[in-house]
Write a protein that binds this ligand. Structure first.
Ligand code: ATP
Ligand code: MG
Length: 245
């Protein structure tokens, strides 16, 4: 089943087509990679799916239903959660309270504070942050702040999780841990779409990859197909290899 689909998804900023006539789908249970050069439109596409922006024109469907006109909080309630390229945590609040925000505003509204706390603690344990529950979020390392965002997103009980550059700025060990984390999220039955420039992670973790360039979808396929695509190598992977990533 297609958990998510886009038809002709387009977003202009003034004269710039940041996302241009993109058709895409995501199957339930898969991990899909969204890649492409800087400015390709990847984050904009996440903003369109999560309703921070509205496509014009274009339609986005979740489980077959048009969600194009929904508000961000409604998108969260129906089971789509996300993280942000630049982490958006409540820096002065303890880690646990950050995650509680997810528990309270997720797919199970009206949850008791006992249940919400249990859910939040479970999410923290899942990402390996239990020991830091009482620490102000702003005191965490970048890698842990990113994990915190994942915990907060998971606390909403999503069926679809959008990860925007979870691994950017992390060291090799942290990247390996993040790859394992994505696999464990998938194993929980959560469908994942991940934007990432770290190619080894994309190639290792994703079932399928979609490539954007100048707002357009220029390729999609298995990691093997994408790694050997002449077009993708020309516009993106060649540049990545030269940069030593
Ligand atoms: N709010 C905005 N207003 C105007 N232009 C924007 C806005 N958001 C994004 N853009 C532009 O749209 C294009 C796509 O940006 P986007 O952030 O989606 O790229 P990206 O693929 O996520 O890039 P990166 O890999 O660097 O994160 C860029 O040219 C960017 O400058
Ligand atoms: Mg981006």
């Amino acid at each position: 089943m297609h958990i998510l689909e886009g038809e002709g998804v387009t977003k202009y900023f003034g004269g710039l087509a940041a996302v241009s006539n993109v058709d895409f789908y995501v199957e339930q249970g898969e991990v899909v990679g969204l890649i492409g050069p800087n400015g390709a439109g990847k984050t904009t596409l996440f903003n369109l799916i999560s309703a921070a922006l509205v496509p014009k024109p274009g339609i986005i469907k979740y489980k077959g239903k048009n969600i194009t006109r929904k508000k961000p909080h409604q998108i969260c309630r129906i089971g789509i959660a996300r993280t942000f390229q630049t982490v958006k945590i409540f820096a002065n609040m303890p880690v646990l309270q950050n995650v509680l925000a997810g528990s309270f505003f997720g797919t199970s509204p009206g949850m008791s504070s006992t249940d919400a706390t249990r859910e939040a603690l479970e999410s923290l344990e899942f990402v390996g942050l239990s020991d830091l529950a009482a620490t102000p979020a702003g005191d965490l390392t970048l890698a842990n702040q990113k994990r915190l965002e994942v915990a907060r997103a998971l606390a909403t009980r999503p069926e679809l999780l959008l990860l925007d550059e979870l691994m950017a700025g992390l060291n090799h060990t942290e990247i390996a841990e993040s790859m394992e984390l994505v696999k464990r999220i998938r194993d929980r039955g959560v469908t994942v779409v991940m934007i990432e420039h770290v190619m080894k992670a994309i190639m290792n973790v994703c079932d399928r990859i979609i490539v954007l360039h100048h707002g357009q979808k220029i390729a999609e396929g298995t990691p093997q197909e994408i790694a050997t695509s002449k077009t993708v190598i020309e516009v993106y992977l060649g540049e990545q290899t030269n940069a030593g990533s």
